[in-house]
Design a protein around this ligand. Structure first.
Ligand code: C2E
Ligand code: MG
Ligand code: MG
Ligand code: MG
Length: 292
């Protein structure tokens, strides 16, 4: 395994390879080339307060504008490079691009937070926090809490010691973390205690079926209870309809993102979306049940 990775890394720098070796490193080479060709773009999906309508942040979601195959979602290419150094290069590009876009929005008068997905190997790089600090210093107008990071619950558990430490150090830089796709890993109280992430994002699979599947509703209630006990913010992913949003607010889950609010969109559309967005009829006046 290590040998294969070594070869792939070699290939990134365009060294001569035997045809068989070139085939072996296909996706890695192609993605390295696509990074230098500027073929990746970030789409942004709003995260809103479902009760007040306030725009909390936008999540940056990568797309590959492939010259032959069109716009590719991350599921088409991220799994091919998982754990490979080129995935860390891509994370690095994403972070830089999200910071550049944040700066552009500030220039346009849109004061917004941007949430960025990071792979767990990226967070385990020994100089990740130092490099993040340098990036933030180079973008002085990106204030505290305006850049947020997300890591998958499942991958945070791969090296919980290291990832918790990175999360804690980022917090001192004013960069809060979210545990992404929460509920798909072990989701235990013990792990949550060890991972000092400010936010928890409930996986869309539980949210999608909450209206029809009482088990998923129970999982949702459990996660909300855990989050409240540990004073973490909760965001529901996959809010596909106003009915979902209503039920979430009634359960005390006030933040959400999903097709029912807005689909991921190019950066150029965010300003107009934010200006035109109003809390839908069916959500105005919706209350958390059991509270005043
Ligand atoms: P994620 O971070 O959990 O992002 C949410 C995914 O759910 C996005 O898929 C989004 O388009 C989709 N989604 C949002 N609302 C709804 C909804 O109402 N219904 C349904 N069915 N889906 C919804 P996308 O953009 O395809 O991204 C998939 C995953 O790829 C992300 O899941 C994240 O884990 C990963 N990813 C995306 N961008 C990046 C990136 O820049 N870096 C890294 N390391 N991973 C990324
Ligand atoms: Mg995410
Ligand atoms: Mg997620
Ligand atoms: Mg996901």
């Amino acid at each position: 395994r290590a040998k294969t990775l070594g070869k792939n890394r070699y290939a990134l720098f365009g060294e001569d390879l035997q045809p068989s070796e070139a085939r072996l490193s296909g996706p890695v080479d192609e993605i390295a080339r696509a990074i230098s060709n500027h073929e990746f773009v970030l789409y942004y999906q709003p995260i809103v307060n479902l009760q007040s309508g306030e725009l909390n942040s936008v999540e940056a979601l990568i797309r590959w504008q492939h010259p032959a195959r069109g716009l590719l979602p991350p599921a088409e290419f991220l799994p091919l490079i998982e754990g490979h150094p080129v995935a860390a290069s891509l994370d690095n590009w994403v972070l830089d691009e999200a910071l550049r876009q944040h700066q552009r929005w500030l220039d346009e008068g849109l004061d917004i937070s941007v949430s960025v997905n990071m792979s767990s190997p990226k967070l385990q790089e020994h100089d990740f926090v130092e490099r993040l600090r340098a990036k933030l210093q180079a973008n002085p107008r990106v204030g505290t809490g305006r850049i947020k990071l997300e890591v998958l619950e499942t991958s945070a558990l791969e090296d919980i010691g290291h990832v918790s430490q990175t999360i804690a150090e980022c917090a001192t830089l004013g960069v809060p973390f979210a545990l992404d796709d929460f509920g798909t890993g072990y989701s235990s109280l013990l792990y949550l205690k060890q991972l000092p992430a400010k936010r928890i994002k409930i996986d869309q699979s539980f949210v999608r079926d909450m209206l029809v599947d009482s088990d998923d509703l129970a999982i949702l209630e459990g996660v909300l209870g855990m989050a409240a006990a540990f004073k973490r913010e909760v965001i529901a992913e996959g809010v596909e309809s106003i009915e979902h949003a209503r039920m979430l607010v009634q359960m005390g889950c006030l933040m959400g993102q999903g097709y029912g609010i807005a689909r991921p969109m190019p950066a150029s559309q965010v300003l107009a979306w934010a200006a035109g967005w109003r809390l839908p009829e069916g959500l105005a006046g919706c209350r958390v049940l059991g509270r005043n």
